[in-house]
Design a binder for this molecule. Structure first.
Ligand code: HEC
Ligand code: HEC
Length: 241
């Protein structure tokens, strides 16, 4: 009698557990297959892999990709290349053959999907300036910097020095180019063709190239260069041990 009751109770519990498992919150339902390249796939792939660094507004560490201005200038070929191979020190490579999480097909689908979600119908290569960095004349760039940028970006400037050698170790010339070309309106950073001090209608593409070449000259090229400019504040304290 007791045995029977226990058995019944046991099978009830198993049935309950199975039913409950089937209704677990967040369990993917069979009715929504994932279509690579669809808007929902694009958005969730971006949220999972990219949003932490490339979000909109002030919080992103890197330039926002949810931005029609970006897709107007940047070409698909350029963006695919960056996601496949990475850029500089901070942007990882996503291609599976480099140890990344995505196939070449998925990367191409992501770029196509991002352009259709956020590109406002543009095909790239527009906007009057190249999306990829162009070499310029550094001494002409020194004058551009002094006139248009120094009031915000001189050493200890209110918007942060962009000639700090340690900063330049982390950001590529392409990264500098993009920061200047697109700006960040949410942070008060002007785009290349917006008004700046002594440049009421912004810069010319040549001036953008020149100022990037000049800033890049402050990037350390050898450990000795770094020693000259970087002095840890607590150096003496640890030496005293
Ligand atoms: C009105 C002030 C202002 C002017 C003028 C200005 N910037 Fe900026 N810039 C900013 C602000 C604010 C940011 C965002 C800083 C941050 O990341 O918090 C920024 C960001 C940048 C960055 C990216 C820094 C980063 O965080 O990676 C670069 C590079 C840069 N500016 C270069 C320039 C250059 C070169 C010029 C001149 C052609 C210029 N800026 C003119 C305010 C200015
Ligand atoms: C860990 C932070 C991080 C993650 C995650 C990340 N990025 Fe980046 N990305 C960066 C940084 C920083 C740069 C600029 C690097 C430089 O130029 O020095 C960059 C550059 C780029 C650029 C080039 C922008 C330009 O035109 O200069 C593209 C495109 C890009 N990332 C797309 C993506 C996509 C798509 C993903 C997700 C699959 C992603 N990133 C994930 C940090 C990140």
């Amino acid at each position: 009698m007791i045995l029977l009751q226990t058995k019944t109770l046991f099978s009830c519990l198993i049935t309950l557990a199975l039913v409950a498992c089937d209704r677990m919150p967040g369990k993917p339902t069979k009715e929504t297959p994932v279509v690579i390249g669809s808007p929902s796939w694009t958005q969730s792939t971006f949220n999972t892999n990219c949003r932490g660094c490339h979000s909109q507004g002030a919080e992103g560490a890197a330039i926002p990709l949810i931005d029609a201005g970006y897709w107007k200038v940047a070409s698909d070929a350029q963006v695919i290349q960056v996601i496949q191979q990475g850029q500089g020190v901070l942007m990882p490579s996503y291609l599976d053959s480099n140890g990344g999480p995505m196939s070449a097909e998925e990367i191409a689908a992501l770029v196509k999907g991002m352009r259709s979600l956020w590109g406002a119908g543009s095909s790239g290569g527009q906007g009057g300036i190249s999306g990829t960095v162009v070499a310029g004349n550094a001494s002409a760039g020194a004058q551009v910097f002094a006139a248009a940028c120094a009031s915000c970006h001189a050493t200890r400037g209110s918007s942060g020095s962009v000639t700090d050698p340690m900063y330049l170790k982390l950001i590529s010339n392409q990264g500098l180019w993009s920061a200047i070309v697109y700006g960040r309106s949410s942070l008060g950073s002007p785009a290349w063709n917006e008004p700046m001090p002594n440049r009421p209608s912004g810069l010319t593409p040549t001036e953008v190239a020149d100022v990037v070449s000049w800033i890049a000259q402050s990037r350390p090229t050898s450990p000795a260069d770094e020693k000259l400019t970087y002095q840890p504040k607590n150096k003496n304290a640890s030496d005293a041990k």
